[in-house]
Design a protein around this ligand. Structure first.
Ligand SMILES: *Cc1c(COP(=O)(O)O)cnc(C)c1O
Length: 385
């Protein structure tokens, strides 16, 4: 398999030390008590990354499992659930709510803007009778970054539990679970954390566990039941055999993040330099505000087929960026500069290849993207040098 340089918004590139750590000798994670300590330490490190004292659990399954597990564990038949959406993942939460018998109510934002706090406030003043609310930190298909720091405290003030999909943000964007009052924060291994796909991670507050314990109807799932993970350490029991090699790799990936003092600043600089490069070249960003620091989403120029463009980049430059899906299919290109992807050498090469592909299909860049990018990210360059 010839692996291209993946500059997609997940999965991302995986550091060599993560790949090697996955190859270490494994034990029986159910019977060998050492593993319970290793698992606990890994969860505590994740808690440090998320700035939380809440319990953290790592489950076997991609980010989607985390989203479904949060909804399965909190939703009882007939529960009113507020689904805050301005993108595809935001809207998708409603499906999980319905699946477990809840009644989703939408707060719909403008898809090209971050969620308006003012409008959400007005909405909640009229109706705030919801058991919990869901919101996406970075809605990856459009690159919308929402102000979770304002949204979640507002919801908690109204007595609403908060569930945040931070799969494409945590590790690359600031997240302060305790200060921001996030009851369940959900992540995935293969985005900014830069481990291979396969794991979801969740921080779960006391309020969230209480809501699960106070249910009248049992959780209608075994695999998605977060409550059954609550006392694993005391009971020395996992609901199913944990994927030990994946978790060892994740632990190394989290170490990489915690060791990197400038990681958020690096994402911020890389993202703004990338936006400068595409805009200066004459391309248009999809969002009008609420730009994510982990992915840049660019409108496909008129008359260009995004699939062909991306194929050209892989075939000629061995670099892969992404298109999008749903209502954005064929309309945007996505450069994932998150985690291990977020280095100037990788992003500048990607922009070089993108420019070559655009020119091949007849789009003339007004300014050289690679040059604009490098001119706009001096800090990042000097930090790396
Ligand atoms: C990637 C992603 C997920 C998880 O999706 P997978 O298909 O499991 O990778 C969930 N939410 C967001 C916002 C994501 O970007």
């Amino acid at each position: 398999m010839k692996v291209p340089m993946i500059m997609t918004p997940g999965p991302t590139q995986v550091n060599e030390n993560v790949r090697f750590s996955r190859a270490t000798q494994t034990t029986n994670p159910d019977l060998d008590l050492q593993f319970y300590d290793f698992y606990k330490e890994t969860c505590e490190k994740i808690g440090k990354m998320l700035k939380t004292k809440n319990e953290v659990r790592v489950l076997s399954g991609e980010g989607i499992l985390g989203l479904e597990a949060a909804c399965a564990s909190l939703t009882e038949p007939g529960d009113r659930v507020l689904v805050i959406e301005n993108g595809i993942f935001g809207e998708g939460f409603a499906d999980f709510v319905k699946l477990y018998g809840g009644e989703p109510f939408f707060f719909r934002g403008d898809k090209k803007h971050k969620i308006s706090i003012e409008e959400l406030k007005n909405f909640l003043d009229i109706d705030s009778d919801f058991k919990y609310a869901t919101v996406v930190h970075c809605d990856t298909p459009s690159g919308a970054l929402n102000d979770i720091n304002e949204i979640c405290p507002l919801l908690k003030e109204k007595g609403i539990l908060t569930v945040v999909d931070s799969v494409a943000a945590m590790g690359g964007e600031e997240i302060k679970v305790d200060d921001w009052k996030i009851d369940i924060a959900i992540g995935g291994s293969q985005k900014c954390i830069s481990a291979p796909p396969g794991l979801t991670l969740l921080s779960i507050s006391e309020d969230a566990f209480k809501a699960m314990e106070n249910r009248k109807v049992p959780i209608a799932s075994f695999y998605c039941n977060l409550l059954s993970w609550k006392n694993y350490y005391e009971d020395k029991w996992f609901p199913y055999t944990p994927p030990i090699s994946d978790i060892v790799g994740l632990s190394t990936a989290i170490d990489n993040i915690l060791k990197d003092d400038n990681i958020l600043l690096r994402h911020d600089k890389i993202a703004s330099a990338t936006r400068a490069a595409v805009v200066y070249a004459g391309l248009s960003l999809y969002m009008k505000d609420g730009f994510s620091n982990t992915v840049t989403v660019v409108q496909v120029p008129h008359g260009i087929d995004d699939k062909k463009l991306r194929e050209y980049m892989v075939q000629n430059y061995n670099v892969m960026i992404a298109g999008s899906f749903g209502y954005l299919e064929g309309r945007v290109l996505r450069i994932g500069h998150m985690g291990e992807n977020a280095y100037p050498d990788k992003v500048s090469y990607t922009l070089f290849a993108l420019q070559k592909a655009l020119e091949h299909y007849g789009f003339k860049c007004e300014h050289d993207m690679c040059k604009t990018f490098l001119d706009n990210s001096p800090f990042v360059i000097s930090e790396k040098a």
